[in-house]
Write a protein that binds this ligand. Structure first.
Ligand SMILES: Cc1ncc(COP(=O)(O)O)c(C=O)c1O
Length: 680
């Protein structure tokens, strides 16, 4: 994946040849190539004059000076621009007033109208990002007030309103800086229909001389070189094609980004010809992610972006309190500065790259999910799926079509009794059928190229579990096992507190109903075998077990001792016969003892600070200690966290926290515990 830059400068063979010609001529300063640039650009803008200068800022300063502006005069402009706009006005000696902007980021004529006063001498709209400001409205205001218009068209070469180019409404100032749509490294062009202004500009540019050493006015050296003009001239001829490619990219971006909550794509008012120097979106306060988040997402996707401009110009310290800046309130401009982000739109982007930008901004899309098995666990998955934003359950599948229909109706999904139809309707599948069917159905799902969240136990035989893992790997699919307690927020907290474990005691007992098909080891204890592996971070090397039948001919009490390869021992009890429901992990470490209550979602850390034997009157023992109750950063139903984790793994192609291998490890141990118990 290659990086997509926000701007891309490609100097072609035409430019190379033209520059070489100038180099070989030995005449590098302003000469015939500058004249050719002026002629062709004036023609493009439909004006009689274009005057080339050394850069865009100079173009603005020169325009203001040529119009006779100076101290005491006011220029009304937008505060939402590059600093050159402001600097040029300050350099001319005039005072700056700021009008607010419209939603299209250009200056608001109504706001301008409200600021016009007897000191106003010029209005300086900026055709920001390549979009012309509302020149008909601004021209009307300027004419009524008898003031001039200087267009900051630095970013808007060839932009139009109807059939009129920008730069033809007032004195137009263009930049030829290296990243502009038309560029020569550094350069500027001033367009005007006013012969006198053009004449004065040429004088000012050349030290006040029309004829060598005959100074008519105090002037400047604002000249452009033929070397630079040679880079720009071929681009004038290609400008229409460049703009068309940028416009096509913008159109593709806008179509691709449509409908994203809180994200506004750029608007182009009727009749205005945008040249897409920048493609700027707005991330509103109601967007699900912040501008910083979007920036990070783009960085991760190796896509360049820009913030043009993160603050209003005059809010920088160096301008605050400036005596020639009248800082009127511009709330819309202020809000734009906090919300804008520009995406690559340049003419060298391929359609595939534009699509990559769209995909990165949109973010990963949630999978469509099928739930196979509409029993208790299937129904629970259906219920929590509705709490995962953008996750859709397309289909519920069960051989009992009435049961499938009932669950489907409650969660707004379709239903079927055909496993293949359910698989076909989804990207990812939750398999919540009886565990005897996991091996066969799981394999079918994975072979169809779907990601799979399989209820625990992963399978009923080690061979089936191994096959599922192999198929998932071959098919490059995600295989996650639903050991739901791993997603209990209390377990997440407990895992953070593991330091130097010595032993574990885990109890999962309660008045569970008799489930003839479900084995107490494979149904209940398997959770704790998995948790013990997660907490110790080690593998079980030995286990001893004991089971008892208490209520019926079904196994309903199991105790096991697990020994891990790091020396930790775990004592695990699961039963369906206790009148008290308990799900608790006690972790003994050298420094403390952590007790996690999985039902109440509470963790306690016990630490003995002091202990002594009291022997008078018989041996007694006294101790004092601390009990800390860490704050749980998240609460909520473990199954919801499990499903979210699965969706996240599917979207981001990440390995799940409970992999097929984890499911297999827990299964192998539990089968061993059960078999040794049954053996006596
Ligand atoms: C809006 C605006 N005004 C003025 C300028 C100044 O142009 P230059 O960098 O050529 O001096 C720029 C260019 O960077 C600009 O974006």
């Amino acid at each position: 994946m290659s990086f997509i830059p926000i701007t891309s400068v490609v100097i072609g063979p035409e430019e190379e040849a033209a520059v070489l010609e100038v180099l070989r001529s030995g005449k590098l300063a302003q000469g015939p190539v500058v004249a050719e640039l002026e002629r062709s650009f004036a023609e493009l803008c439909g004006v009689p004059h274009a005057v080339a200068v050394s850069n865009g800022t100079v173009a603005l300063v020169a325009a203001l000076e040529a119009l006779g502006l100076g101290p005491g005069d006011e220029v009304i402009t937008t505060p939402f621009s590059f600093a050159a706009t402001l600097n040029a006005i300050l350099e001319s000696g005039a005072t700056v007033r700021f009008a607010d902007i419209r939603d299209d980021f250009t200056i608001d004529p109504e706001s301008v109208r409200a600021l016009v006063n007897e000191r106003t001498k010029a209005i300086m709209p900026v055709h920001l990002y390549g979009l012309p400001a509302d020149m008909p409205a601004l021209t009307a205001i300027a004419e009524a007030a008898g003031v001039r218009i200087v267009e900051d068209a630095a970013q808007a070469h060839g932009a139009r309103i109807g059939d009129r180019a920008v730069g033809s409404f007032g004195v137009g100032c263009f930049s030829l800086y290296a990243t502009k749509n038309l560029q020569c490294g550094e350069g500027g062009l001033i367009t005007t229909a006013d012969d006198a202004v053009a004449d004065r500009l040429r004088l000012l540019r050349n030290q006040g001389m029309r004829v060598r050493y005959q100074y008519e006015v105090p002037g400047h050296n604002w000249r452009l070189t033929d070397l630079q003009a040679a880079i720009a001239v071929p681009q004038v001829g290609r400008l229409a094609a460049t703009t068309a490619r940028r416009a096509a990219n913008a159109e593709r971006l806008t179509a691709g980004l449509a409908g994203l909550p809180g994200l506004a794509t750029p608007t182009v008012p009727e009749g205005r010809g945008h040249v897409w120097h920048q493609y700027t979106v707005r991330i509103g306060a109601d967007a699900p992610l912040t501008r910083d988040d979007l920036g990070k997402r783009l960085e991760q996707a190796e896509i360049g972006y820009g913030l043009y401009y993160p603050r209003l110009m005059h809010h920088y310290d160096c301008y605050v309190g400036h005596p020639r800046i009248a800082a009127d309130a511009t709330p819309r401009a202020e809000s734009a500065a906090t919300q804008v982000l520009s995406l690559p739109v340049h003419q060298h982007l391929s359609e595939g790259e534009v699509d990559r930008i769209v995909a990165a901004v949109r973010g990963p899309s949630m999978p469509d999910l099928a739930i196979i098995g509409a029993g208790i666990m299937g129904a629970n998955h259906g219920r929590v799926a509705r709490t995962v934003p953008d996750l859709t359950v397309t289909t519920v599948c069960d051989p009992d079509i009435d049961r499938a229909a009932a669950l489907a109706k409650s969660i707004g999904a379709g239903y079927t009794s055909s496993v293949d139809d359910a698989i076909a309707a989804a990207d990812a599948v939750v398999l919540a059928t009886p565990s005897e069917t996991h091996g066969e159905l799981g394999e079918r799902i994975l072979r169809s190229g779907r990601d799979l969240l399989i209820e625990k136990p992963i399978a009923t035989s080690v061979a089936d579990a191994r096959r599922l893992i192999d198929v998932a790997e071959q098919q490059d699919r995600i295989l996650m096992v639903g050991h739901v307690e791993r997603f209990n927020p209390v377990v997440t907290e407990l895992l953070q507190l593991v330091d130097d474990p010595i032993s574990l005691e885990i109890a999962r007992v309660g008045p569970y109903p008799n489930r003839a098909l479900a084995d107490v080891v494979l149904d209940l204890m398997i959770h704790d075998v998995d948790l013990a592996r997660a907490v110790t971070g080690a593998e079980i090397v030995e286990h001893r077990s004991m089971t008892r039948v208490v209520r019926s001919d079904e196994q309903d009490l199991a105790c096991a001792l697990l020994m891990f390869d790091n020396g930790v021992v775990a004592n695990v009890t699961a039963s369906r016969i206790s009148q008290n429901k308990v799900r608790r992990i006690t972790l003994t470490q050298r420094a403390n003892c952590v007790v996690a209550d999985l039902l109440r979602q509470q963790v306690e850390v016990h630490r003995i600070e002091h202990s002594e034997y009291l022997s008078e009157g018989g041996v007694r023992y006294r101790q004092s200690g601390l009990v800390e109750i860490p704050f749980l950063s998240q609460h909520g139903e473990p199954l919801m966290h499990e499903l979210r984790h699965f969706a996240d793994c599917v979207v981001n192609r990440r390995q799940p926290a409970v992999s097929g291998a984890d499911g297999l490890a827990a299964l192998e141990v539990c089968l061993g515990i059960r078999d040794s118990a049954l053996a006596g």
